[in-house]
Design a protein. Sequence first.
Length: 337
Amino acid sequence: MRHAAALFRKTAQNPPRASARKAFAGLACCIALFLFTPQPRASDQALSHAALFAPNKTFLYFAQGSQLTSDDPSSFSLQNAAFLAQCSLLIYVKEPEFITDTLREAGFEQTEIFDTEGTFAFLSESEAHIVIAFRGTESGDRADYLTDSKFNQTAFSEHGTAHSGFVEALAQVAPDLLDTLGARSEAAPQKTVWLTGHSLGGALATLFAMQNPDQVDAVYTVGAPRAMGRKLAAHWEDKLPLFRVVNNNDIVPRLPTPPFYEHLGPTYFLTADRSLIVDPTGSKAFKERFRGHKKFMKRLVTEHWLQKDFSAIPSDYFVDHSPRLYAEILIELADEK
């Protein structure tokens, strides 16, 4: 445990490549404009920033008997994806008491919160499961934006390099989290361990799993960016039960751009019609995203602009990144199955 924690504290960084900086410049500016633009404080409009991204205590978490199933953690399950997506949404709520109370109602009696230098996670335990969820980038949090912007790579292990900002963020909570997980797993080795997170949180969950593969049964990420170099991704290919969910035109999973950064795990792609396809071809994904753009623009104009409502986010590149949308869509698909 202590050896794994020490790895997180390495700070030596490789110099960023100029070509990579150029590749990110345009998209980074676009995202920065969105993130730093003041957002309305209150709005219940469907496509508004407040409705899609604000920490939400009105969402009906873990309803309709929503629960995890450990029948086969190494295989993708819509039921598990829906539950863990709700954990990834819940962790954005600011009040720790709300988080612990909500998890308790879902059968997770013991929850510990980890909050150090801007990195936030919880470890929650039920009779059969241990869930670790990492919080993603918070709108208006400059520390999170700085973490995301450090896209040069640093040595992560002997197998390769990873996003330096993500490695630094994880190092803030990793030692305490590792100690707690070790104690809980030693006391109840039969319990299934799940990792999850949205956006930056998904990247942290992935890196944490790579440092502790023997203690993790499955990882579900939603809207996660690329987190590692090609060498590290190649080493871990097919070695982790990692399921990466991507919602149509969500821009974040396309960042940082290849060839310097790569994803790990298969893509579970949510289409414009809210269906699920696995590892779509480039042409299939392009067609689905184009259809998604068309449906979004129609909705934006008819439901918002024609009603003289201009609170809506004007791009589905950002709307599709909403943690609430991920949870809602996965719940719908799990209920239909």
